[in-house]
Design a protein around this ligand. Structure first.
Ligand code: HEM
Length: 129
């Protein structure tokens, strides 16, 4: 196995692991918040921002690897995924604000959870193109 394969595996692991933590965390937090069992934020911006930076960096690497010869439609789907990722990132950072009302946090986390499921679906579509 050459060095570029090892880097590709590590980058893929980073991307998938961050996705599991961010989207899995958002879904769990949304369930707890909707049941009224979540008081205040689950995470701080300093816990969320490094994960967002890591998933973004690994995403750019994936993109550089796929862009040469990307089929028609690839960029359009990636653009939609990117907008949803921006929504998720913004909500996760906002939901770390302790001053936010718990009902509003529950609504925002529910929206981010659905966006996360759509992002994972779009990623599966991108992979199959
Ligand atoms: C909440 C954030 C994100 C989630 C949940 C997410 C999720 C995923 C998942 C599950 C995969 C499939 C992994 C695999 O099979 O190897 C993937 C692949 C990919 N992601 Fe992300 N991602 C996110 C953010 C980003 C960002 C910010 C970018 C771009 C800057 C990006 C670009 C890509 C690319 C290019 C691929 C490869 C698609 C292909 O196989 O052609 N992702 N992502």
């Amino acid at each position: 196995m050459d060095l570029s394969s090892i880097v590709a595996i590590l980058v893929r692991w980073t991307h998938i692991t961050c996705a599991v933590i961010l989207i899995g965390g958002a879904i769990t937090a949304a369930f707890l918040a909707r049941q009224g069992r979540l008081k205040g934020p689950v995470w701080t911006p300093t816990q969320i921002i490094p994960l967002l930076v890591a998933i973004f960096g690994a995403g750019i690497y994936n993109l550089m690897a796929r862009v040469p010869g990307a089929p028609p439609g690839y960029h359009a789907i990636l653009g939609i995924k990117f907008l949803l990722v921006m929504h998720i990132g913004a909500v996760l950072i906002l939901s770390a604000n302790a001053a936010m009302d718990d009902a509003k946090r529950a609504r925002l986390l529910t929206g981010a959870s659905f966006s996360g499921l759509v992002v994972i679906f779009l990623s599966a579509v991108l992979r199959s193109l």
